[in-house]
Design a binder for this molecule. Structure first.
Ligand code: SAH
Length: 368
């Protein structure tokens, strides 16, 4: 075990756990409150910056704990303002996070794993394989780093922050850490990003969809469909062999029945030119959803091309036609605009790419 593995990452502890940690440390509980606020509200990345703590305590904390573990390797800025951060873990694995500014809110797309074990043929992350699942602290840190970079350390964001668990990895194969991280980020004494501002996307881990259906405090759910038949989905998303469409959509229906006011449930469908974008496939998709009595909206995502993936995005007219067929059969449909394609920040493009001419070295970064 490395030195870092033995140290507790305090950014990955809930407020209650931090109280326990601090008490075992022989310190009064109010210190835990100070530390939690410093890490999550002021977004400080080291104990040395928490000036209200006595120096001796900071030194002791440094011996057995850490405030942050991720470091920024590089940052890429798109023409459309999207920023991609390539970070690394203490054990040198890549983690990518994307900050997407919009007029009325920012969206931060975080990763749940380094690499990904699923082998979706249209996604570049698949080529990394699974390196490992991220800890709760590593998930929370991604958001802290992105906000500090956009607004300055501890500065209040100018717009609301939405989170999407659509970066590298399959969030539902790291369910416990994911839910724990979301709980920490929802704390009003910290980042205060509540679950209804979060959307988690899954390729279809059926038992976790069923589990989410039983959880009251939960993020919005998105399901990546990608194909309207088992035959095609087996090919594009091999996880379908384990949990085929009928099972997945059955679990989706169960989930849909538990939706409360304000919760969002969507399907995602990546549009691959000449592969899954025909009129016939649009009809199959609409019939499939209607057969399962599912009312969730479908988001069409034009494929983000990336060498060496063997696909091209469907042309805009094709996407529109696909959409109108779905709509004619009563399926609400939305076309998602790609962001950050030029810096390999768009959906399915996260594979720790280093080449691009828009790099800024980490020494120029704030909040790193
Ligand atoms: N593993 C999770 C979350 C990551 S992918 C999942 O599969 O849902 C987030 C979304 O990007 C998914 O809907 C996925 O189907 C889509 N996607 C993957 N590769 C893509 C690509 N090259 N172009 C467009 N969308 C892609």
């Amino acid at each position: 075990m490395s030195e870092m593995d033995k140290k507790t990452n305090l950014t990955g502890l809930s407020h209650a756990e931090l109280v326990e940690f601090i008490e075992q440390f022989g310190e009064p509980a109010y210190r835990a409150r100070q530390i939690f606020g410093a890490l999550h509200h002021r977004r400080l990345r080291s104990f040395d910056e928490i000036s209200e703590l006595p120096k001796a305590l900071r030194e002791r904390l440094n011996e057995s704990a850490t405030a942050s573990t991720l470091t920024i390797e590089s940052r890429y800025i798109s023409e459309d303002g999207t920023r991609r951060f390539l970070m690394k873990t203490h054990d040198n694995l890549p983690v990518e996070t994307v900050f997407i500014p919009e007029e009325r809110r920012d969206t931060i797309c975080f990763s749940s794993q380094s690499g990904c074990p699923l082998q979706c043929t249209f996604c570049l992350t698949a080529q990394l394989g699974l390196l490992r699942s991220l800890t709760p602290g590593e998930i929370v840190e991604q958001i802290i780093i992105a906000l500090n970079d956009a607004y300055g350390v501890g500065e209040k964001p100018l717009r609301g922050t939405n989170l999407v668990g659509m970066g590298a990895g399959e969030p539902f194969l790291n369910f416990d850490s994911l839910m724990k991280a979301l709980g920490i980020m929802a704390d009003p004494q910290g980042l205060f990003i509540v679950p209804h501002r979060v959307t988690v996307s899954t390729a279809g881990i059926v038992p976790r969809v069923q589990e989410l259906a039983t959880i009251p405090q939960r993020p919005n759910l998105a399901i990546s469909l990608g194909a309207p038949t088992n035959e095609m989905r087996d090919e594009l998303m091999p996880i379908n062999k384990k949990w085929p469409l009928e099972e997945l959509l059955g679990a989706c229906k169960e989930f849909e029945q538990t939706l409360k006011a304000g919760e969002r449930f969507t399907f995602e469908y990546v549009m691959l030119d000449g592969v899954n974008d025909s009129d016939e496939q649009a009809r199959q998709l609409a019939n499939l959803l209607n057969r399962h009595d599912l009312h969730a909206r479908v988001n069409l995502i034009p494929h983000n091309p990336a060498d060496p993936l063997p696909y091209q995005p469907s042309p805009a007219e094709r996407v529109e036609q696909f959409k109108s067929i779905l709509e004619s059969k009563g399926v609400r449909t939305f076309v998602r605009r790609p962001r950050g394609r030029d810096i390999f920040a768009a959906c399915g493009q996260l594979a720790a790419r280093r080449e691009t001419n828009k790099i800024q070295a980490s020494s120029q970064l704030i909040g790193a």
